[in-house]
Design a protein around this ligand. Structure first.
Ligand code: ARG
Length: 401
């Protein structure tokens, strides 16, 4: 009889495969593995086989794609979720869902602990640990890669000893992917001055090889969330898949930036996120049609705080829930369509329309038919500029003296 049961989030990769052996040995525990489908397009059947072959007690596969899109990606679209203005949070959005499922399976199986393959240097450990502990403080968390202190070579040796298959092709990068994006780290990318090599990319065609003719896509929104593509109503996961393909083909959706991790490290991060790039740009543009400037200014701050909270693992925090309530209230009128032009790595919104538009062509037009009364502008400017004039007068008197 093992002394405890542990539910391990299992990807099928080297670290979590070694972890099955390591947890059994170190903790004298039975290991139950759980592999989740967040739209990463990996062979989940192979993961199951590998897990059982390595001696797990049981294996579960959970298709959480719809839940991921409905409860994590859609709120992030409404919040224009981008960390440091660049990263659409794909990995960050997946983690709280993975934590939730780990806790559910642990409770169902009467396990005492959950485990994951995160290192001690990243954000993912924080996101998983914070969420697990908030949902069930009684569960122990085991993080083998953070605990074992093995170098890559030592890990390979341990794997060989324990009969863990090591794929012949050496992984040049550390990858995490789901429907919302593909995160690429490490290897040659650690030299921040070095252009990411073509091998790093799987979703986005190099701009040089993209079609010579522009592609247009029309995204329809309802309540701040995409509901159609090219006029056809589709489910959001479908819209995201299709946009990943079409924008990716046009070279759109690579992000390369220096990112500030929660643990204090600056890190060079590369992402492929074609659908997210198109949808977030289109969404922001549509919001500008239907929200007034006060709402937009305030929401920009809320969106930034929301994105920071999600990035730093605070998905379950009550402030995040409060921000969601504000954001949801702003999204009720975010209906309409946005036309986006994709061409050789670039994208631009070229048209937008909404039944709730605040854009009034009558006010905006320079033709004489405009209902805007220009006579009032002079008085308006008199008072608008008053604080500046007062300060300027005062400053001039001081310097002249
Ligand atoms: N820097 C990104 C984040 O913190 C991506 C992390 C990718 N994780 C990975 N295991 N490769 O969300």
């Amino acid at each position: 009889m093992a002394s405890m049961k542990v539910v391990l989030a299992y990807s099928g990769g080297l670290d979590t495969s070694v972890a099955i052996k390591w947890i059994r040995e170190k903790y004298d525990a039975d290991v139950i593995t759980l592999t989740m489908d967040l739209g990463q397009n990996e062979d989940l059947g192979a993961a199951k086989e590998k897990s059982l072959m390595l001696g797990s007690l049981k294996h579960f596969t959970a298709d959480v794609r719809d839940e991921f899109v409905r409860d994590y990606v859609a709120p992030s679209i409404k919040a224009n979720g981008l960390y440091e203005g660049k990263y659409p949070l794909a990995t960050a959005l997946g983690r709280p869902l993975i934590a939730k499922k780990l806790v559910e399976v642990a409770e169902d199986e009467g396990a005492q602990a959950v485990a994951h393959g995160c290192t001690g240097k990243g954000n993912d450990q924080v996101r998983l640990d914070v969420t697990v502990r908030a949902l069930n403080p009684g569960l122990k968390i085991i993080a083998p890669v953070r605990e074992w202190g093995l170098s890559r070579d030592q890990e390979m040796r341990y794997a060989a000893e324990k009969g863990v298959p090591v794929s012949a092709k050496k992984n040049a990068f550390s990858i995490d992917q789901n429907l919302w994006g593909r995160s690429i780290e490490s290897g040659v990318l650690e030299d921040a001055s070095f252009e990411p090599p073509a091998e790093a990319f799987e979703w986005v065609t190099p701009a040089e090889e993209a079609p010579d003719k522009a592609t247009y896509v029309t995204v329809g929104f309802e309540g701040g969330v995409p509901s159609s593509l090219g006029g056809s109503e589709l489910k959001l996961p479908q819209i995201i898949s299709e946009l990943n393909a079409v924008a990716g083909r046009n070279g759109v959706g690579v992000v390369d930036h220096i990112e500030d991790r929660l643990v204090g490290i600056k890190s060079r991060e590369v992402y492929e996120c074609p659908a997210a790039t198109v949808i977030l740009e289109a969404h922001r543009e549509l919001e500008k049609m239907v929200l007034n400037r006060h709402q937009l200014n305030f929401k920009r701050m809320v969106d930034t705080v929301w994105s920071d909270m999600v990035y730093t693992g605070l998905w379950v925090d009550p402030l995040k829930t409060d921000l969601d309530a504000f954001i949801d209230s702003t999204q009720k009128k975010v209906d309409g369509t946005v036309r986006v032009k994709l061409y050789k790595g670039g994208l631009r919104v070229v048209g937008r329309s909404s039944p709730n538009s605040l854009y009034d062509a009558n006010l905006a037009t320079y033709s004489s038919s405009s209902t805007f009364n220009q006579q009032h502008a002079e008085g308006f400017i008199e008072f608008w500029g008053l604080p500046s004039r007062v300060a300027s007068r005062r400053a001039q008197r001081v310097t002249v003296r």
